[in-house]
Design a protein around this ligand. Structure first.
Ligand SMILES: C[S@@+](CC[C@H](N)C(=O)[O-])C[C@H]1O[C@@H](n2cnc3c(N)ncnc32)[C@H](O)[C@@H]1O
Length: 336
């Protein structure tokens, strides 16, 4: 963990841009439904406009970008590419989305992009309130452990017309992190089908945050059958040559328990999932917390250091390099 004042400006606005080949793959997938109106909720310097151009996607495009200089770059890029029906607003997407959700005329056939990865605690108070309001608006349980990307996906999906498509680069934590559970459940309930393209390697230089591609098609009617989630594991970038529609249709999707909880179940082979369910049903297996206490250890994020006990410091004469530490800030009351 770091303090907000020590974080780079780039990190605080979640400004890690998408490689052109990934953006083009996503644009190719949404172009299959020939959208009349496409949303890019956080367009940065506009790589998705390049992708839209590469994939011959036509229609109106609405983009948002909070940073004025980046919004300007997007605008210029769209102009250079000759995209005439692009409307870029240099303002907060979430504030606009809250109003747009009530205005039923503001709907999109497709959403593409890569939402900002910014911890909730780092957002200004106004944006924190807006993020929470998005959760409330779509009926999802809110937690302050959330991150900006979650409310961007919720709001973008809500603004899709029935049968519309969302194709985004999102942090791989979508598969498992606790604070995204309400998003997972929401997508599970409202998507006809959703696919996560899960790479073996990191796609973004300069960040340890893994990313995946999320391809979701919204149900046409609430009563439509939900096929659930499929995971498409990839190594390298060869898959980008495939037809994105085939990538979307290939994985066997699973529903039920998988979509209700963490999506990690979808990473298991079907036989392993069955075995797991049988074991739980037979009562032969116990949950870990039935037999032991589960508690968090100390996570410092100070990766140049590691923890040893005083005994080890003594034994190996490490005093010169060792620093004392405490496990929780509440152990040092009064220190700011
Ligand atoms: C991960 S970058 C992605 C940029 C671009 N979509 C791409 O894929 O290259 C996220 C962008 O969101 C912008 N951003 C952050 N907060 C925003 C907000 N509240 N509304 C609109 N854009 C925002 C950042 O400035 C940054 O350019």
């Amino acid at each position: 963990m770091n303090f907000k004042k020590f974080e780079s400006a780039e990190k605080l606005r979640g400004g890690y841009y998408t490689p052109a080949d990934l953006a083009t793959f996503l644009a190719r997938w949404v172009s299959k439904i020939s959208p009349n109106r496409t949303l890019e909720p956080s367009c940065g310097d506009g790589i998705f406009f390049e992708a839209i151009n590469n994939s011959k996607l036509s229609g109106e495009i609405v983009g948002f970008e909070l940073d004025e200089a980046e919004a300007q770059k997007s605008q210029e890029r769209a102009q250079t590419l000759g995209l005439s029906r692009v409307n870029i607003r240099a303002s907060d997407f979430l504030g606009w989305a809250l109003e747009a959700m009530d205005d039923k005329t503001e709907r999109f056939d497709a959403v593409i992009g890569n939402p900002p990865f910014i911890r909730y605690q780092y957002l200004p108070a106004l944006f924190q309130d807006r993020a929470q309001a998005i959760f409330d608006r779509v009926g999802c349980k809110f937690t302050k452990h959330t991150n900006a990307w979650v409310s961007f996906v919720l709001a973008s999906f809500e603004l899709l017309r029935p049968g519309g498509r969302l194709a985004m680069v999102v942090p791989s934590e979508i598969i498992h992190v606790m604070h995204a559970q309400s998003l997972r459940s929401y997508l599970g309930a409202n998507a006809r089908r959703l696919i996560v393209v899960d790479p073996e390697e990191l796609w973004f230089d300069g960040t340890l945050q893994g990313a995946v591609l999320l391809l979701v098609e919204k149900k046409k009617k609430a009563t439509d059958y939900a096929e659930g989630l499929g995971i498409y594991p990839v190594r390298g970038r060869d898959f980008l040559q495939f037809d994105p529609e085939d990538v979307f249709n290939t994985p066997q999707s699973i529903n039920g328990k998988t979509v209700e909880g963490k999506w990690t179940r979808a990473l298991l082979a079907p036989a392993t999932r069955e075995l797991l369910d049988e074991l739980i049903a037979t009562n032969l297996a116990r949950r870990f917390d039935e037999v032991a206490d589960v508690d968090v250890g100390i996570v410092t994020g100070a990766n140049k250091f590691f923890l040893v006990e005083d005994e080890t410091v003594q034994r190996f004469g490490l005093q010169k390099w060792a620093y004392p530490m405490f496990g929780r800030s509440e152990h040092c009351p009064g220190i700011i």
